[in-house]
Design a protein around this ligand. Structure first.
Ligand code: FAD
Length: 740
């Protein structure tokens, strides 16, 4: 009696015939339409009657949208493993995570030899497959630094480049019958894929036993290995399949047929009926996550993993999981949380929060993971990662967005409607962190901050309540969320007001910044006097390797009238010696494209500090220039605010900096010199933006929330988060002692 508890998968095994090359493609599409999960093709690259399977798989991937694809099974001997890994990853990326790698050690050696391939004994073929699996997995593992090196009996790879990483965790399924292959399946594969017609009575049980034993010896849980089975039309009945599913451990049934009617019946009648029968017998529809002993050994003692709410279990990521390298770190900081919860709905966010509160470990809230302070990950605690709340809905000029999407994606969706919203200077920055803190962006002087266009927010409060915050419902909370949001709850949805923006003029000028102080003075005066269409960000870089210090100005003229743009932008060419310049008319979205880059950590976390300035006066400019020269602050960004940002009453939102014209931020790596530099600069600045700061000491809150703003925030903190649940990222102390 074996049931490994996997969810059921139903697929087809289609002939990749050349006689009518479009027939297998049509059958693949039909399989998808019939509701099947998987389409597979045999792979015999030496056989002229068959299409090349890789080419066919790629073609079918482009002609389908949902169905998964695999070779059944891909012939290893005619392919180099590192190249095969890259082919698989490429197809997985192009098909949005729909590729699985059915893989075989080889057969028909004469035909393989005739194509210039090797001839291997059965033992050698298994050995080669084992080496190949290691190379394939290492090539997919883009998170590990350094090249791939192996020196095997069949393949030696010397410094192979890693990546691309597949879109999803591609399963390697082995077509195995003999003990050696079955042992390899248990040791290294994700699935066992035999054909029922080649099995004798008892072979399934014997196969499972060998796989399970080999898995256990390799420190794996046998349930990590999916059991698949190729079947024929005569086997596709409930009577045959139900015992195979419940007693013989099979969870994936792949039907070999090219008959459209059989495919339809398989997908629309037999598969749903079997699913229902198995569900009824198992008594649960819950998908299980299987972790082997190695993964379980990496669990943290102070987190109750068994108590994770069922709805969150499948998407949760633990330190021993393959997905962990992708979710442990943020853009700026390497982390090692004990658990990353990835809720997919507001209700799941509330469940995640209640569960996390009960664990008494650090709690981080993450949307896009671009928080400069790096507090959206932690060490040993829990991260609530909102990446799955990534919807974007545009209705007229109103936009409803999830916190987990990025501003680049928002810009793309809005551009389709001729709309835009200012966010920041980088498309991968997340909606959640930026919209709750500020949003100093390229359209700022014309349209204001991002948070000035937040019309409402749905929030899960510290106590798990769902509330809406807008000008009439919970207006105090609405005020606090716009500037100090991270302290008050988890925003699960934002309602934003976008605006019509034609194409904009985007100018890039590279200056020699040897005389950085005068450059800053001239640039600052010009920007203050410029029409509101002009917003400019100036980035300065310390001199290196024989190059002078450089300054790069990215300037937007927020209109498509190029004549007035030229008049407004030309003076910028005279602020310092120009090394390069270009300007183009582009949609706003083209300036902040999403890169969807993964965060792997491992980097040295830089220090950031910032402050606002009403004017770039001589003192500020000299100190900033000094920091650049001495490399105490080798990277500086000065972003224009002012204009529409300053039309808003400073008391209207918790972001209170409404009279300054610039935000000055810089980055350093030497803590002592960086602190000294900022101790000198800060007295000449006025206020601080939390999103450009790594110094999370309480003093910085006094700069970020001047006077009455902080007093009001402390009162509201006492009301909305008296126990300090949201206390990892610039925590505000509640005004009163927490009441219980
Ligand atoms: C390369 C880069 C360029 C940038 N450029 C700009 C710029 O031009 N202008 C600008 O204004 N900012 C800019 N920033 C700063 C950016 O706005 C902030 O770091 C912002 O917090 C990132 O949002 P996120 O969702 O990606 O961050 P995350 O790291 O996911 O979150 C940061 C913090 O925000 C809070 N938070 C996150 N999600 C929620 C939520 N749903 N509800 C409540 N609180 C939440 C948490 O306290 C969390 O620690 C830039 C950052 C980077 C890394």
């Amino acid at each position: 009696m074996a049931d490994y508890g996997h969810d059921l998968v139903f697929g087809t095994f289609l002939t990749p015939q050349t006689a009518d090359p479009h027939a297998p493609v049509a059958l693949a599409r039909l399989s998808e339409q019939a509701g099947l999960d998987l389409v597979t093709f045999q792979d015999h690259p030496y056989q002229p009657a068959f299409l090349d399977t890789w080419t066919l798989l790629s073609y079918v991937a482009a002609q389908t949208a949902k169905v998964k694809l695999s070779g059944n099974v891909i012939n290893l001997p005619l392919r180099l493993p590192a190249h095969l890994a890259r082919q698989a990853a490429s197809l997985d990326l192009l098909s949005d995570g729909r590729f699985e790698l059915g893989l075989g050690a080889g057969a028909f050696w004469e035909a393989i030899e005739a194509m210039g391939g090797p001839r291997r004994t059965p033992a050698e073929a298994v050995e080669a497959l084992s080496e190949a699996i290691d190379i394939i997995r290492a090539t997919w593992d883009a998170a590990t630094r350094g090249g791939v090196f192996t020196d095997g009996a069949h393949y030696s790879v010397r410094g192979g480049k890693r990546g691309p990483e597949p879109a999803h965790d591609i399963g390697i399924w082995l077509g195995a019958y003999k003990p050696r292959m079955l042992r390899l399946t248990g040791e290294k594969a994700d699935g066992w894929l035999p054909s029922l017609s080649y099995l004798r009575p008892g072979d399934l049980q014997r196969g499972h036993a060998i796989i399970d034993e080999a898995a256990a010896r390799a420190g794996r849980d046998p349930r990590e290995i999916r059991r698949l089975l190729n079947i024929g039309p005569q086997d596709a009945t409930l009577d045959t399949l139900l015992p195979l599913a419940l007693e013989q451990g099979i969870s994936t049934f792949i039907l070999g047929t090219d008959d459209p009617h059989v495919i339809q019946v398989w997908g629309q009648e037999i598969a749903p009926a079997l699913r229902e029968a198995v569900r009824a017998e198992r008594g649960t529809a819950e998908r299980q996550v299987i972790r082997g002993p190695k993964a379980l050994a990496q669990r943290r003692d102070d987190i109750d993993y068994d108590g994770i709410p069922p709805a969150l279990k499948v998407a949760a990521v633990e330190p021993g999981d393959k997905a962990y390298p992708k979710v442990r770190s943020t853009y700026i900081r390497s982390g090692s949380p004990g658990l990353v919860l990835r809720p997919g709905t507001a209700a799941e966010v509330a469940e995640a929060l209640a569960y996390a509160r009960a664990q008494h470990v650090p709690l981080a809230i993450r949307s896009g993971g671009h928080g400069i302070s790096g507090r959206s990950t932690n060490d040993g605690g829990i991260v609530i990662d909102l990446a799955r709340l990534d919807s974007i809905e545009v209705t007229g000029t109103a936009v409803t967005v999830g916190p987990g999407t990025s501003w680049g994606h928002v810009a793309e969706s809005l551009a389709a409607e001729g709309l835009a919203m200012s966010s920041g200077d980088y498309g991968d920055v997340g909606v959640g962190g930026l919209a709750t803190t500020g949003g100093i962006g390229f359209l700022g002087r014309k349209f204001g901050l991002t948070l000035d266009h937040v019309r409402a927010a749905d929030v899960v409060l510290a106590d798990g309540q769902f509330v809406r915050a807008d000008p009439t419902e919970n207006p105090d909370l609405f005020w606090a969320l716009r500037g100090a949001g991270g302290n008050f709850g988890i925003v699960t949805s934002f309602e934003l007001q976008a605006y019509h923006v034609p194409d904009v003029v985007f100018a890039e000028i590279l200056y020699d910044a040897t005389d950085a102080a005068s450059l800053l003075g001239r640039w600052g005066k010009l920007i203050e006097a410029a029409p509101r269409e002009v917003t400019s960000f100036l980035y300065l870089f310390a001199a290196r390797r024989g190059q002078p210090p450089l300054a790069r100005a990215l300037t937007i003229y927020a209109d498509d009238d190029t004549d007035t743009a030229v008049v407004a932008l030309t003076p910028l060419l005279s602020v310092a010696p120009v090394l390069q310049q270009q300007a183009q008319l582009v949609p706003y979205a083209a300036i902040v494209p999403p890169a969807d880059a993964a965060h792997y950590g491992g980097q040295e976390q830089p220090l950031f500090s910032n402050g606002f300035a009403e004017h770039l006066d001589d003192q500020v400019n000299e100190i900033v220039a000094d920091g650049l020269r001495s490399t105490a602050a080798p990277w500086i960004a000065i972003r224009a605010v002012g204009g529409a940002v300053n039309d808003v009453d400073p008391a209207a939102t918790a972001y209170a900096h409404r009279h300054q014209n610039f935000n000055v931020s810089s980055t350093g790596f030497d803590p002592e010199r960086f602190r000294d530099h900022w101790d000198e600069l800060r007295p000449h600045l006025d206020g601080l933006y939390l999103s450009f700061e790594t110094d999370t000491r309480p003093d910085r809150l006094l700069d970020a929330f001047p006077g009455a703003t902080l007093t009001r925030l402390r009162e509201l903190k006492a009301r909305y988060d008296p126990d300090g649940v949201f206390n990892q990222n610039f925590p505000i102390t509640p005004a009163r002692a927490p009441h219980r």
